[in-house]
Write a protein that binds this ligand. Structure first.
Ligand code: ZN
Length: 158
């Protein structure tokens, strides 16, 4: 059962990495994100900060915005968000505010990640309105995702 879940996680993570590759080709930080519900991909997000001149245009934010629009709700509690890099503090806020049920990421981001940094927005129970924290699965396709993350650390200037 766990194995099956792993390969499913892997296939969605591969899709994230593909989207991250598109971001990289555009000169963006290589991050891609997908949101899945009931085994179907609802939306995709591609990092777009530089091309859109929008500091909030992270891949996860785009995927969340699109999903809310498609499903016509701000409650994404039945959804799982995938991303090749650990969601940052901003995206983690959006994940919690929309009550996304599961977050799957490849590479940890110890500085501004919402789970592994000093600011655990993804896992805190300090905000009652956010409800229970999402289930976190990390390290899926870690090697490939870390290769992308290393590019992220050498990102071009804004
Ligand atoms: Zn972010």
């Amino acid at each position: 059962m766990e194995k099956m879940a792993d390969s499913l996680h892997g296939s969605y993570m591969r899709l994230c990495l593909k989207l991250a590759g598109i971001a990289r080709e555009r000169g963006e930080v290589p991050v891609g994100s997908v949101i899945v519900r009931d085994g179907a991909v609802i939306s995709e997000g591609i990092e777009g900060v530089r091309t859109q001149h929008d500091i909030a245009h992270h891949a996860e934010m785009e995927a969340i915005r699109r999903t809310c629009e498609i499903l016509q709700t701000l409650d994404l509690s039945g959804c799982a968000l995938y991303t090749n890099a650990e969601p940052c503090l901003m995206c983690s806020y959006a994940i919690r505010a929309c009550r996304i049920g599961t977050v799957v990421f490849g590479a940890p981001i110890n500085t501004i990640g919402g789970f592994n940094s000093h600011f655990p927005v993804l896992s805190t129970k300090a905000v009652p309105n956010w409800g229970p924290p999402p289930k976190i699965v990390q390290g899926i396709l870690r090697e490939e995702c870390e290769a992308a993350r290393n590019m992220l650390q050498h990102r071009p200037k804004l």
